[in-house]
Design a protein around this ligand. Structure first.
Ligand code: KIV
Ligand code: NA
Length: 266
């Protein structure tokens, strides 16, 4: 099986085949999801609140993501690896976007990049695509702008649906190969999906997108507290790992670990 590339994703849309994207930030997650046949892995700036312990994605820098990208790209043999461009690393100018994206591509850290924003990002997208860098768009709720948007809020309601569609069409025309839609009403996302030739990837965007994406710690139930409405928990790793740690500590306290079979007897 060869590496998943842009034409594969376009062909899947033409065949009406839906697919799943997951985030990955380290070797094991990348290896496991790659072996599970997930075609696209995103080294998201969601590493901010899933790896680094920040409250948002805003403090994440390129230097935070570079080592994670290296781990994921080394471990994933088939999946396309997409690197998120962090807040502040591409909005200043198309030239800044190109410099940042070039770093990810040239060092072999990713096969594509993702950036947030609609129409306003057309010059950035055009320059990157002209330079040979596949770009994934991201519209609807864009976490890097949460301070402007006033928090985690559904976007594209009412008249916003028209803006969502205009943003999507502008990104497609600029050369994006796929577009993430985050937290938008399902009917608005369906309309965009139908209007585009390139795949839409939903997160909190209803069932009619061409693909879906989840943060892997959400899917695996690692996160404590309440998850957003759009998350489905497919495993309970938080409980499983917590129990493993407790049993291990209890064995050590009781002197039952390590046993003979774990010891070098001479
Ligand atoms: O950073 C991220 O994980 C993302 C996805 C949720 C789309 O941008
Ligand atoms: Na992101």
């Amino acid at each position: 099986q060869r590496r998943v590339r842009v034409p594969h994703l376009i062909a899947m849309k033409e065949r009406g085949e839906k697919w799943a994207m997951l985030t990955a930030y380290d070797m094991y997650a990348a290896e496991i999801f790659d072996e599970a046949g997930i075609p696209v892995l995103l080294v998201g700036d969601s590493a901010g609140n899933n790896v680094y312990g920040f409250e948002t994605t805003v403090p994440v820098t390129v230097d935070h993501l570079v080592p994670l990208c290296r781990a994921v790209t080394s471990a994933a043999k088939h999946a396309m690896v997409v690197a998120d461009l962090p807040f502040g690393s591409y909005q200043a100018s198309p030239q800044q976007a190109l410099a940042t994206a070039t770093r990810f591509m040239k060092e072999g850290l990713a096969h594509a990049v993702k950036l947030e924003g609609g129409k306003a990002m057309v010059p950035e997208v055009e320059l990157l695509v002209r330079a040979g860098i596949p770009v994934m768009g991201h519209i609807g709720f864009t976490p890097q702008s949460e301070h402007v948007l006033g928090g985690y809020k559904v976007q594209g309601r009412g008249a916003g649906a028209e803006k969502l569609l205009e943003d999507a069409l502008a990104l497609e025309a600029a050369g994006c190969f796929a577009i993430v839609m985050e937290m938008v009403p399902a009917p608005a996302a369906a309309r965009v999906t139908e209007a585009l030739r390139i795949p839409t990837i939903g997160i909190g965007a209803g069932p009619d997108c061409d693909a879906q994406v989840l943060v892997w710690q959400d899917l695996a139930g690692l996160r404590g507290g309440r998850a957003p409405r759009f998350v489905k928990k497919y495993a309970d790793l938080r409980t499983a790992l917590g129990n493993a740690a407790k049993e291990y500590a209890a064995d050590v306290a009781a002197g039952t670990f390590p046993a003979q079979e774990h010891s070098f007897l001479e």
